[in-house]
Write a protein that binds this ligand. Structure first.
Ligand SMILES: Nc1nc2c(ncn2[C@@H]2O[C@H](COP(=O)(O)OP(=O)(O)OP(=O)(O)O)[C@@H](O)[C@H]2O)c(=O)[nH]1
Ligand SMILES: [Mg+2]
Length: 615
């Protein structure tokens, strides 16, 4: 079954359960409509989530034509456009259109001419809506050719690679793995995960029977370069002809599609997504769902306790639990001390690394400003975009390192406190069962690995699903309490500082352009000009220092070992939070009569069983 269908059915079942209960007055009493709304929202967010495929490769290797064949429609102009920095995003849509990305007002009828027209007219990305026959779960990204004389395309493509689920690298069959392609791939491997890469050897219609040796040579070369097995690569490499596939579509000739790689390519990508992404995706969905359903279950429990008059004991039970937890704190003091020491050490290293990296960025930018031709510096928002990118890369990398170390610290802490925790946990469970009837905690399996009190969800990050609630910005950082805020705050500072940078950039560039000098190197004998460049370099450095300061302040403010310990211990004893929720709820007015208790309990039991079966 398709992922979309499967998830959709699951949501439908759950919503039906809530719906089926909606005529019962308990539905209002328990405010179940609130939980249902949350589930509906989650369902909408998830159904809108698409897997992303980027088609990359050197110019004229056939990227746009390949996309036309995948879309089964001749919509993208196949022509060499040397300075394009744009990405064209192709989305599944009932209505066909082409527009400037995020500008619905600019929509035009979908024709090749209009795509060209908008493409030439706008500097922004272009978006195309079209029915995607075999790829409704996907969004396709057409990219500017890498190694293009245009200076931004590599940066843009590198950036995109980090954000998509699948990358298809295209090559021309008559020139497979040119030196420039090898260089690009080598640079890539150092920076990015290449397990999501597929390779298309396109234009095979031009080479005839040689194709198999072309593929073998390619596999041999690439497996050495990437140090991966040939068979792994073979599964992800396709001999293709976009031209013949388009012909096959036009003539409804299935044999052509088969012969020239279409079928193999579509099923290859689909298989990969199924085995690598779907499971993770489902895990996240289940986790989110179980959290919402758990709330409903707690409500049901509370009402049952109320009928049995057990809610009277809640306050006492909570006090007793809190006392146990505070004893727990005391008994693990040594372990806390060690954890804090480790934490502070990691934090200091983290800050130092951020500091050094930012200084390096300032130096890089100063270097670029004096070595690149003025046209490049002044082009678009070069300094702004480049600085922002460098900063994002560095912060992401360093936050990720810190988070990994933090995880190790937590694992150690966890092992240290385990014996005492076991005792306390038994004691608290005893208290709970003695004092009030039902515990939801044990009944709900929370998906996602809870490591050391941090709900650590790397799957979300690798999927990059913003809709599910973790911001893509900050990568791993977003999944960890405290850090998400720290980096989000800092990055908004980056944006505004980057704007300042851009203003500086355009001023200097304007002056230099007016003097008609090509490169800064060429006028370095003019004292006045050197001064200008120096001033500009200084202003860039100041801005970068400003950002560095903000990030370091945020790290100091947000990353407190005490907060982490609190979070950790709270997660270890979920009974406390559950009880607090029950106390709040039990103080509400309910519309039912206690003498109907048995009947109500039976109805609640029915709902409870249905919901629990889903988890
Ligand atoms: N014979 C043959 N020609 C092809 C094939 N695919 C693309 N072409 C031609 O190759 C040229 C380049 O194709 P494009 O699709 O524009 O290539 P691209 O990679 O998008 O190029 P840029 O966007 O400029 O980087 C065009 O003239 C296409 O018609 C193919 O499978 N066989
Ligand atoms: Mg193209």
């Amino acid at each position: 079954m398709l992922l979309e269908e499967e998830v959709h059915n699951k949501f439908k079942n759950i919503l039906n359960i809530y719906e089926g209960f909606s005529t019962d007055k308990l539905y209002e009493d328990l405010e179940l409509f609130k939980d249902k709304t949350k589930i509906l929202k989650l369902s909408n967010d998830i159904m809108g989530t698409k897997f992303k495929i980027a088609i990359i490769g050197e110019f004229s290797t056939g990227k746009s034509t390949i996309i036309n064949s995948l879309v089964q429609k001749d919509i993208l102009p196949a022509k060499y456009k040397p300075t394009t920095n744009q990405i064209t995003i192709i989305k599944d849509s009932k209505d066909e259109y082409v527009r400037v990305s995020n500008q619905p007002n600019s929509s035009l009828e979908l024709t090749k001419e209009n795509v060209s027209k908008l493409d030439n007219y706008s500097k922004e990305n272009i978006e195309i809506g079209v029915k995607l026959p075999n790829l409704a779960n996907y969004e396709i990204y057409d990219t500017p050719g890498v190694n293009d004389p245009s200076m931004f395309s590599d940066e843009i493509v590198f950036d995109l690679i980090g954000k998509v689920d699948v990358v298809v690298f295209t090559m021309h069959a008559t020139q497979v793995l040119k030196q420039s392609e090898i260089d690009f791939l080598t640079k890539l491997i150092r920076k990015k995960d290449i397990s999501k890469f597929f390779f298309i050897i396109n234009q095979t219609d031009l080479i005839g029977d040689e194709q198999y040796s072309v593929k073998d040579d390619f596999l041999e070369k690439l497996s050495n370069l990437l140090k991966v097995s040939k068979s792994n690569l073979a599964e992800k490499t396709f001999l293709y002809s976009a031209k013949k596939c388009l012909e096959g579509i036009e003539k409804s000739d299935g044999n052509l599609l088969k012969e020239f790689g279409y079928d193999a390519m579509i099923s290859g990508v689909d298989e990969y997504i199924k085995s690598n992404k779907n499971e993770l995706f489902k895990e996240i969905v289940d986790r989110k769902l179980s959290l919402i359903i758990k709330d409903t279950l707690i409500k049901i429990d509370t009402l049952k306790d109320k009928i049995d008059n057990k809610d009277k004991e809640y306050e006492n039970a909570l006090k007793a639990i809190e006392k146990e937890i505070s004893n727990f704190h005391l008994e693990i003091e040594d372990a806390i001390f060690d954890f804090r020491k480790d934490f502070d050490k990691q934090k200091a290293i983290f800050k130092k690394r951020i500091s050094t990296s930012f200084d390096a960025i300032a130096e890089t930018m100063a270097g670029e400003v004096s070595s690149l031709p003025v046209e490049k510096i002044s082009k678009d928002r070069y300094v702004e975009i480049r600085t922002k990118k460098l900063i994002e890369d560095v912060t992401n990398e360093e936050f990720t390192k810190f988070a990994k170390n933090l995880q190790i610290n937590f694992e150690k802490f966890n092992t240290n406190i385990q014996p005492i925790y076991n005792q306390k946990s038994i004691a608290i469970n005893d208290l709970v069962t003695k004092n009030y009837a039902s515990t939801v905690v044990t009944g709900v399996a929370l998906g996602g690995a809870v490591i050391g009190g941090i709900t650590y969800i790397p799957t979300i990050l690798s999927l990059g699903i913003g809709a599910i609630g973790v911001s893509a910005i900050g990568g791993l950082a977003g999944a960890i309490p405290g850090i998400g805020g720290a980096i989000a705050g800092s990055l908004s500072a980056v944006v505004s500082t980057a704007t300042t940078l851009a203003i500086h950039a355009s001023k200097v560039a304007f002056d230099l352009a007016k003097w008609g000098v090509k490169g800064i190197g060429e006028f370095s004998n003019k004292a006045e000009d050197i001064l200008k460049v120096k001033q500009y370099q200084k202003s860039i450095k100041n801005s970068i220092d400003e950002i560095k300061k903000t990030i370091l302040e945020n790290i100091d403010k947000e990353l407190q070992s005490a907060t982490y310990i609190e979070l950790f211990i709270e997660e270890k004893f979920p009974q406390k939070e559950e009880l607090q929720k029950k106390i709040e709820l039990s103080q509400k007015e309910f519309s039912f009569k206690i003498q109907d208790g048995e009947d109500i309990k039976a109805r609640l039991e029915g709902l409870y069983i249905k919901l629990q079966a889903i988890l």
